[in-house]
Design a protein around this ligand. Structure first.
Ligand SMILES: [Zn+2]
Length: 277
């Protein structure tokens, strides 16, 4: 095709369509079967593996709804990764990316590369006193096999007054619960208090990495779930951003690890208490 003939300039739409046709043709010419094979190899090389059960098969579904996207003022790329965080999950054990990141934080505490499922059969949990507050995604099934496992449902368990003795637990786990707590730093101080020296808290909060955290006080009420059926216990008090880690430090934790899966979709933190505390 010749667009350069001065006597018959092509209409804009015609030019645009022709450009697309040209681009498409170029693509077909440049991508040969051998290259396609190479691309497939590259993809398989970074294939995600579920650290809960070991599966490499995942499925996705969108979980966000318009009201929450509007409340949270999410940009399209943020909608995509929050949907992955909550809705991209292992075909076998159903763990989503945030649960898999949380499993990575737990594996790091126990210094093992085994999956959570393997940790159970290998008795890696040993005598560790483990408290799970609220059901941490799909990890409950695997954690509750630990010999010294304890569970506290939120909001029955008050995170502003955790009913365990100071220095009594080795590992505390909660997932996407802290954003519903009125004073997250105080709740994290409580987590720090009940841990033994060298104990750790593995947790997730939904994090929007491109902004700073904000307290929703003074803003319209927002819920994770249907506002008409959700009690105020599930109202969101804090929208966490890139400074989410500072809350743990403010609460007295000395060391912090970040674990990511499909960054920035799944991010979990492992906050450790000082050994001599
Ligand atoms: Zn799995």
């Amino acid at each position: 095709m010749n667009f350069g003939k001065a006597e018959s300039p092509a209409p804009a739409a015609y030019v645009a369509n022709s450009w697309l046709a040209t681009a498409s043709a170029d693509f077909r010419i440049s991508v040969r079967p051998r290259n396609l094979l190479y691309l497939r190899f590259e993809y398989r090389g970074i294939r995600m593996r579920c650290s809960v059960c070991g599966s490499t098969e995942f499925r996705s579904h969108d979980v966000l709804w318009e009201q929450l996207i509007s409340d949270w003022q999410l940009a399209p790329d943020e909608v995509k990764y929050v949907n992955d965080q909550q809705g991209k999950s292992c075909n076998t054990c159903k763990a989503n990316l945030r649960s898999i990141a949380l499993a990575d934080a737990i594996r790091s505490y126990f210094r093992t590369s085994l999956t959570l499922e393997e940790m159970n059969s290998e008795t890696i949990f040993g005598e560790a006193e483990i408290l799970e507050i609220n059901e941490a995604g799909s990890l409950t099934t695997f954690l509750k096999s630990a010999p010294r496992y304890h569970f506290g449902a939120y909001p029955a368990l008050d995170m502003h007054a955790i009913p365990y003795a100071t220095g009594s637990l080795d590992l505390l786990v909660h997932s996407d619960t802290l954003e519903h707590i009125e004073n997250p730093v105080h709740a994290l101080q409580e987590c720090h208090r009940v841990l033994k020296p060298s104990g750790a808290l593995a947790f997730t909060v939904p994090i929007i990495v491109g902004r700073l955290s904000r307290n929703r006080s003074g803003l319209p009420r927002s819920y994770h779930g249907n506002a008409s059926s959700m009690p105020d216990d599930f109202m969101v008090h804090t929208e966490f951003g890139a400074d989410a880690w500072t809350y743990a430090m403010q609460a007295g934790f000395s060391y912090l690890e970040l674990h990511s899966v499909g960054y920035p979709a799944g991010i979990a933190m492992l906050a450790r208490k000082r050994a001599e505390a």
